[in-house]
Ligand binder design. Structure first.
Ligand SMILES: [Zn+2]
Length: 391
């Protein structure tokens, strides 16, 4: 892709593009004088001088006096190798951003509570601001970022990059998050489904290391799955593989947002679980809206009603996971997301339901495990994906 394709035509975008040309030369050729940089980039000496001053202020380059052909010159070197990667994780109520090095190892991260579900464009602007703030704090110039990957809690059309109709962010339907964030940051951005990134992360450094066939169930507003078959992410033809939330469990159950009845999501989705809260409990009577994290905390603290709700969710999840296990014969099933914090209160009934519903031969090689990376899994996965695409 050329510079003109990735940057809008504003002055600051032009400056960023020119900065990147200078950094690219330094990356390729090592230390260069300003005169050599001007020749290599085709920029004027005055422009190079300006750009170098900005890069020096941002901590991207160091400048020292030297001589070239007997004349005084200014030698410019990169202070750190470029190749910073950025991960952005959108959930319905949070934006998380992380920076990583060229190997995808996290170097810093930040999280803000934000009503992401309300407005896609505003959430993207907020995420871009958060990424720029982190980069400034780390003294890394935006122009040296090689790749950005954004985690989206919903299916993405592989051709258009549009968020699907049925996701945790209904108002994002038809929105193109990668394109919007790319226009905002003037950087290449790729968007990926959150459960897909979580399964990549668990295989790299979590509980699915060494596993070739993995199903990662991610529980939040709904339930999604990242599916790895024979070591490769399985997205399906239209990017909706792993939408396990709409496995039908009860033809007389509640009507789901997808239009069917009794989908798995109506047994484990956060809004359904919160609706089941007994009205008389302290939790339901409080003035603040009750969130899934409150329900999990109450269960961990011994609230019998909350434990019952999570127990039944575990059973339904086990029934859905058994169907997946019979279809894919995975060696690991990993459970992540907020609800997974309930630990054995969720996994115990889930394991029992899986034992009942899974073929013996599939069950004998299967481990059911809680996520090792928790709510950081999507950031880890996004950083690794960004590092790979940059390399
Ligand atoms: Zn459904």
């Amino acid at each position: 892709m050329t510079e003109a394709d990735t940057t809008p035509g504003s002055q600051s975008a032009l400056r960023q593009a020119n900065e990147r040309r200078v950094v690219d030369v330094l990356r390729r050729d090592g230390t260069r004088t300003q005169a050599e940089l001007a020749r290599a980039t085709g920029l004027s000496a005055a422009s190079v001088s300006n750009i170098v001053r900005g890069l020096r202020a941002a901590g991207t380059v160091v400048v020292r006096d030297t001589s070239s052909n007997g004349r005084r010159a200014r030698a410019v070197s990169l202070l750190r190798p470029p190749g910073t990667v950025v991960a952005v994780d959108f959930t319905a109520d949070h934006i998380r951003v992380a920076l990583g090095d060229s190997a995808g190892t996290m170097t810093s991260h930040e999280s803000v509570g934000y009503d992401v579900a309300a407005d896609a464009s505003r959430a993207v602007r907020r995420a871009a601001w958060l990424a720029e703030t982190l980069l400034i704090a780390a003294r890394i110039d935006l122009g040296t970022v090689s790749s950005v990957v954004a985690s989206i809690p919903g299916p993405l059309d592989p051709d258009t990059g549009e968020v699907g109709e049925i996701s945790a962010l209904p108002r994002w339907s038809g929105f193109r998050p990668a394109q919007a964030l790319s226009e905002r940051l003037a950087l290449p951005v790729r968007a990926e489904n959150d459960a897909n990134l979580a399964v990549l992360a668990e295989r790299e450094r979590g509980v699915a290391q060494g596993a070739e066939h993995v199903i990662h169930l991610l529980l939040s507003e709904g339930v999604g799955a990242g599916v790895v078959v024979a070591g490769n992410l399985f997205r399906g033809a239209g990017g909706t593989a792993g939408e396990v939330g709409h496995i039908g469990l009860d033809s007389r159950g509640q009507v789901c947002r997808c239009g069917n009845r009794g989908c798995l999501e109506t047994f484990v989705g956060s809004s359904y679980l919160l609706n089941m809260l007994p009205r008389h409990t302290d939790l339901a009577r409080g003035s603040d809206p009750v969130r899934l994290s409150d329900l999990v905390d109450a269960a961990l603290n011994g609230d019998p009603g909350c434990r019952r709700i999570i127990d039944e969710a575990g059973t339904a999840l086990g029934q859905g996971a058994a169907i997946m296990a019979n279809l894919f014969n995975p060696d690991r099933v990993v459970v992540g997301g907020e609800l997974a914090r309930a630990g054995e209160f969720l996994l115990g009934p889930m394991r029992r339901a899986m034992e009942l519903g899974t073929l013996g031969s599939a069950l004998s090689r299967l481990d059911l495990l809680p996520s090792a990376l928790g709510d950081q899994a999507m950031l880890y996965g996004a950083l690794r994906m960004a590092a790979r695409s940059a390399g």
